[in-house]
Design a binder for this molecule. Structure first.
Ligand code: FAD
Length: 205
């Protein structure tokens, strides 16, 4: 019997668990640890709340999660409440699938002034990530600027632009919907340092 610990319950963690079950079946026991109380990583707290078809990939992880061989253990901050060494002494293998959870600071003047947020924090706020739920962005100005030209920039701009009715069918959290309801924003600029050919968005966006 193989005992495997996976740290991180996002796509990387669950695809790893799925592959281990496929290869070893009942000969493997897999524990998936996450510092959050709920699984699925950025599928839950990153992908935009109005992109439910993309979030539906979690159904595939649920199939793995309900199998006999796989357990989810939330509220365990590996490196805090338990060390990698401790896990290593208890399991045959420890797999780190912790993603890229922190914003990379933008080291330019003004980056640390008020009401300037990294996208991980802002996206976490409107998706109900517990570390960012209390962020309280001020939306009383008329003009918002999003720096960057990828899909996440467009997610943020779209969420800021939508009316309340346009969130029907999404799973946006109540505190964000309440704040957006009172938003005074009329204009959103997506700001890129190079030209349209360097836009990194997928064609659909
Ligand atoms: C705003 C945004 C929108 C996106 N939209 C799309 C999209 O539309 N389509 C698409 O295909 N992809 C999208 N992505 C990308 C996709 O979400 C990521 O590629 C994917 O989630 C990465 O998977 P992962 O398992 O590597 O990491 P994550 O999903 O980040 O999972 C890592 C997990 O590890 C946990 N963790 C971290 N540190 C520890 C620790 N010390 N102890 C315990 N647990 C820990 C975290 O809590 C998290 O649950 C988006 C990403 C973002 C940020």
């Amino acid at each position: 019997m193989r005992h495997i610990a996976i740290v991180g319950s996002g796509p990387a963690g669950y695809y790893t668990a799925e592959a281990a079950v496929k290869k070893w079946g009942d000969d493997a026991r897999i524990d998936i640890f996450d510092k959050l109380p709920v699984p699925f990583g950025l599928i839950r707290t990153g992908v935009a709340p109005d992109h439910q078809s993309i979030k539906a990939v979690a159904r595939r992880y649920e199939k793995t999660a309900i199998g006999q061989s796989v357990r989810f253990i939330g509220n365990v901050d590996v490196g805090g409440s338990v060390s990698i060494e401790e896990l290593g002494s208890l399991y045959d293998a420890v797999i780190l699938a912790t993603g890229a959870p922190q914003d990379r600071p933008l080291e330019i003047p003004g980056a640390r002034t008020g009401n300037v947020f990294g996208s991980a924090a802002f996206v976490g706020w409107y998706n109900g990530h517990p570390e960012f739920a209390g962020m309280d962005p001020v939306l009383s100005g008329k003009h918002a600027v999003v720096i960057g030209m990828g899909n996440v920039a467009l997610d943020v701009a779209r969420i800021l632009a939508k009316t309340e009715g346009e969130f029907a069918g999404s799973d946006i959290v109540a505190h964000a919907l309440n704040a957006l309801r009172g938003s005074a924003i009329e204009k959103i600029t997506i700001l890129g340092r190079r030209g349209p050919h360097q836009i990194m968005m997928t064609p659909k966006e």
